[in-house]
Design a protein around this ligand. Sequence first.
Ligand code: CAA
Length: 273
Amino acid sequence: MAEAEAQQRGGYAEDVSAERLAEIGLRFEVDGEIATITLDRPDKRNAQTFATWSALARIGESLPEQVRVVVVKGEGPSFSAGIDLRMFTPEGVPGQGSFSSAVKIGDAEFEQRIRQAQAGFLWLRRPEIVSIAAVQGHAIGAGFQLALACDLRIVADDVAFCMKEPALGLVPDLTGTKPLVELVGLAKAIDICLTARTVHADEAMRIGLVEKVVARGDLSQAVRDKAAELLSTNRDAAVATKRLLQGARSRTLEEQSVAEGLEQAARIKALFP
Ligand code: CAA
């Protein structure tokens, strides 16, 4: 049974015990309404593996209900140098194989494995939480996409975003293309991805990729301040408002007005029973 569940989760029996997370290179801490996920393999610039993504998905599944803000950060000089480059070698990552072994499992299974990896990123957009990426140094490939998976990005002035995948013959497939286009527009997203160039802090701020740039030493405090601001509003109203904002792009003005009315009616009923 445990084996079957593990297969469902991408082949790894990920649990979110501190010991297992430490093996993978992650930390997960909850302090009241704030949860913090730390990529914690600084000596390898927080390179990510399938186990990282599987564990992120499990953290999302088991997130305590009281959590309203999720901070995603990286230990050391870089937020994340992206996928563990051992995946490109014949030996691969111990216990996780390599891309050359992964393609041998068949198309359907491989696509399923990618979807499982994406599950580690997708939950960060749930209406019940606001996710903040605290990004310093390099955020490359999967690192850039993890930052894009969050609702907000607060960054240090040494930030260096790079969508390296096309340079490696790959596409960004960890849910990053949609938020990138939505944040910076199609032309800028094409420019950033198809050149695999680096976007530094000034440009990131100018094109709307990040919410705030601070000095490296002020990053943690800036994130704490934003979390406190987010927690200062009514929880249920925040959830309903995020739901509305997330749906706005795909609805007409009329449809969005109807949705606003429905959410407001529910709010007013809850406030004045
Ligand atoms: N995977 C595995 N190990 C990595 C790594 C990665 N992605 N990035 C860095 N490391 C390791 C290095 O091998 C080195 O290990 P050793 O000390 O054992 O030699 C250690 O981390 C420190 O690396 P550097 O000395 O290079 O550190 P730096 O601070 O000078 O440079 C860096 C940092 C610019 C991020 C550089 O390490 C780098 O360019 N890394 C590779 C980035 C990359 O190409 N990532 C893949 C992106 S594509 C992607 O992510 C695809 C996808 O999702 C499918």
